[in-house]
Design a protein around this ligand. Structure first.
Ligand SMILES: [Zn+2]
Length: 416
């Protein structure tokens, strides 16, 4: 468990967007890969890295100070499925329908998705007979996409990939990325690729966790290996300008604990929606370009760790069973930062077959199929998958009715 520290291991680094100075504000300690669910008999040394997050004094981009090699995270066995919940499936179907209605109505339209995962968005485009291509290095999820009629290139999106696609398939009307762009530290290559691949009037649309929501909800578990950047309208506008684009629209989204969908276009090609200025004003008002909101967030996060450990160790001392709900990627941050192992949470229940029978990254709590949550109910359940809370509480109403209590840890530790 990392010691609370106002002075992280590495206090500063160079900004991956503008080259300015990134000052650390929160040290979440050494962390494993968030998706490294090991078999119980695997004894090899587990990969770990320092999870430290900071903010650029120049362009205000919030980012990690240490980069995990991409091949360690995104590969054939990448377990996350975008279509894993009905809420997310409906969300991506709506995105596709909007692109089809407003952006893909011209002659021979073409859309490219960076990180197409299991094809949850593109399968609606494919069903409409519109030209599309998903680019994703995680071939396991890519196979699922192809079974849904989606064309996928098993590759990392970068400048060389984009140039190759433009040369062989022509330019795209829309380049889209959901919960992917924030994964990619090398934004210079991404923007060079977008510039090569996008039609002059085309748009680059991406949606990722919003730093404003992370600060408000104290959702420190959004910080893990895969999430390299934490965008704001202020930092995205600076980044876009740095690479020859303009921020022309922003939309707040409720999915994944609070996200923003950003739309970029080439300068002068699209009129900026009034929502851009409104969000920039709101961010200026709360001081998102300065250090204060981030330093306050760090203090709140260290307090959550104290409270959660006090609660769980108290329950253990009383011999009360606690289980976990949802072996999410972000639960790795909670478990490793707060020192939660099988002594405090006996089992984590999850619907993903690839995770079942394995151990959680770093702290090695057994992961079991969701059926066990109902068959052998514990009095307390730690809700790791809080971003799907509404769906889960409705689905698991019997747990609460039988006297079970949910433990949440964001925005604060509470039991109900
Ligand atoms: Zn910067």
């Amino acid at each position: 468990m990392a010691k609370p520290s106002a002075r992280p291991a590495q206090p500063a680094a160079a900004c991956r967007v503008c080259g300015g100075t990134v000052s650390a504000f929160l040290d979440l300690g050494r962390q494993p890969l968030s998706d490294a669910f090991r078999k119980p008999d695997e004894t090899a040394q587990e990969f770990s890295f320092p999870l430290v997050v900071g903010n650029c004094r120049d362009c205000s981009m919030t980012q990690l100070l240490h980069e995990v090699p991409r091949e360690r995270m995104f590969h054939a066995e990448y377990p996350y499925r975008s279509s894993g919940s009905t809420t997310m499936t409906a969300h991506f179907t709506a995105v596709a329908e909007r692109f089809l209605a407003h952006e893909l109505g011209g002659a021979d339209p073409f859309i490219v998705e960076i990180g197409s995962n299991d094809g949850v968005m593109l399968r609606t485009v494919a069903a409409a007979g519109v030209r599309h291509l998903g680019v994703d290095p995680s071939s396991g999820v890519g196979l699922t996409a192809q079974h849904g009629g989606v064309r996928v290139r098993d590759d990392f999106f970068q400048e060389s990939t984009a140039r190759d696609i433009a040369a062989t398939e022509g330019r795209a009307d829309v380049i889209y990325a959901a919960n992917t762009f924030c994964h990619i530290p090398y934004v210079d290559s991404i923007f060079a690729g977008i510039d090569a691949l996008l039609r002059p009037d085309g748009i680059f649309v991406f949606e990722d966790p919003y730093i404003g929501d992370i600060l408000d909800r104290r959702s420190f578990d959004q910080i893990y290996d895969e999430h390299f950047y934490f965008f704001s309208a202020t930092s995205v506008r600076a980044m876009a300008r740095n690479f020859g684009f303009e921020l022309v629209d922003v939309e707040r989204l409720e999915v994944h604990g609070g996200e923003v969908r950003y739309t970029l276009a080439r300068p002068g090609r699209r009129r900026a929606d009034a929502r851009v200025a409104a969000l920039l004003d709101a961010e200026a008002h709360r001081g998102l370009a300065g250090p204060e909101p981030y330093e306050r967030f760090a203090r709140e996060v260290y307090a959550i760790r104290e409270d959660l450990r006090t609660l769980l160790t108290g329950l253990r001392e009383q011999g009360v069973r606690v289980v976990g709900y949802g072996a999410t990627a972000k639960s790795a941050t909670v478990n490793n930062f707060c020192g939660i192992g099988p002594d405090l949470v006996e089992t984590v229940y999850d619907t993903t077959p690839e995770k079942q029978g394995r151990l959680t990254p770093g702290t090695h709590i057994p992961v079991a199929p969701m059926a066990g949550f109902r068959a052998d109910p514990a009095p307390y359940a730690l809700l790791y998958a809080w971003n799907h809370e509404t769906e889960i509480l409705a689905k698991e109403s019997a747990f609460r009715e039988a006297g079970g209590r949910w433990i949440r840890y964001v925005p604060e530790v509470r039991v109900d």
